[in-house]
Ligand binder design. Sequence first.
Ligand SMILES: C[S@@+](CC[C@H](N)C(=O)[O-])C[C@H]1O[C@@H](n2cnc3c(N)ncnc32)[C@H](O)[C@@H]1O
Length: 462
Amino acid sequence: MNHNDRPVFSGQRMVVEIDGQGDGPDGIAHVGDYVIFVAGVWIGERVEIELTKATRKYGRGRIVDLVRRSPHRVRPPCPVFERCGGCTWQFVDEVARGQRLRERVAAPLSYALGQPADRLPIRAAAMPPTPRHQRTKVALMLEAAPPPLYVRYGLYERGSQRVVPVETCLVADPSAEAAACAIAETIRAERLPIFDPRGSLDGYRAVVARAAPGTGERHVVVVASSAEVPGRAALVKRAESLGLTGLSLDVNDHPSALLNGQQSEVWMGMSRQRQVIGGVTYLSSPGGFFQTSAWGASHLVEVVRESVPRIEQGVLLDLYCGAGLLTLALADRAPTVVGLEGNPAAIADAEASAKVNQLDHVVFEIGAVERVLPAWAARGRLQNVKAVVLDPPRGGCLPDVLPVLIGAPSIRTVVYVSCDPVAFARDARVLVDGGFGLVDVRPFDMFPMTSHVEVVGVFQRA
Ligand SMILES: C[S@@+](CC[C@H](N)C(=O)[O-])C[C@H]1O[C@@H](n2cnc3c(N)ncnc32)[C@H](O)[C@@H]1O
């Protein structure tokens, strides 16, 4: 083998078969055991590529020519598909996307449980009625530009932090998008300072708008590198004229321009947004976590409600409950419902929502699940818990969590919500080894036209 043990070299052109699909946006080709990732290709395609990277471990190629197209290939509906970093699967049809989302869940689960995928109770991936307009949160990144443009706003370019101007995003809620664009336009019109990540200039970095399902309330957060940025009066005036229910500032001087909620200040209106999902009213702070897919949030609630049995006597526990989306939706499932969450701000939202819905038997506690749960078990507080819902962050549960559930014999049902099929599969193995049977697996398309898959797994104690 030449080129330092690589079968390929950077700049090389070759024709490859796409024989796999990565967990992210890329298709995969093999030269022997050597893996080459190619963006914008689908399994079964034959493509001519140029190697843009060839490390010892893997290569990366860009398409030069599509030699054999997938029958699922369609024209991407978005005009900035080639450049924008979002919606990387919009070049294939819904059938192909749904099949692949299901496979993304089935493959690691089959491997972790040592069973063929067709023997596992995995349903077809549920898809939204339309991929369009599902995202209720629209984040526009700001970048200084030469006059007369002055500021460029849009989404990040694929693989970089350069801004692609986007005024109409197919997957965005149009009312959130309109609010975000109007505030960004005001920043431009007022010549307000734009943060320069390479220099010392403080300024605005992003505009994040949320439209609330069920109420249409809109709240915008402007993200800036300092609390001292000028322009508050002009932005408040614009927010009022747009009829926004709130405008806030979020200070973030870290490399990532995303909201961090470390230091936020309400500039106008309400600090919380009201949303109605499945008949329950939720209050959420703009900087806190709340599901950002309109169909995805209501489908998640529906699936979890269908999966949790009614408990006549005893407690239902919702771990990693965030602002109580699932906890409150499950209020009618048990005489006592307890939500546990590490973020105090999310718990404040959840408690406010419980109050608004007059759900006195739904209570919330603050704490790290991996510390609180073992302490509750030691004090006998799990003896009356009959079912548990858990929706941990991407990495899944820390090692101390699932053994505590396994060791509490009163817990008969565990409903596990996950946004990472690999972490889900690993944790499913722990539950199955601990005596639970996997009875239902329901993948669904939380963020249409991306490789992201959400899954709900139902485990019953054997
Ligand atoms: C995927 S979100 C789920 C939220 C909620 N189920 C929902 O659908 O809106 C995960 C939540 O877990 C919380 N969290 C992360 N690590 C935690 C830990 N170790 N202990 C408690 N909560 C944690 C996060 O703050 C976040 O609210």
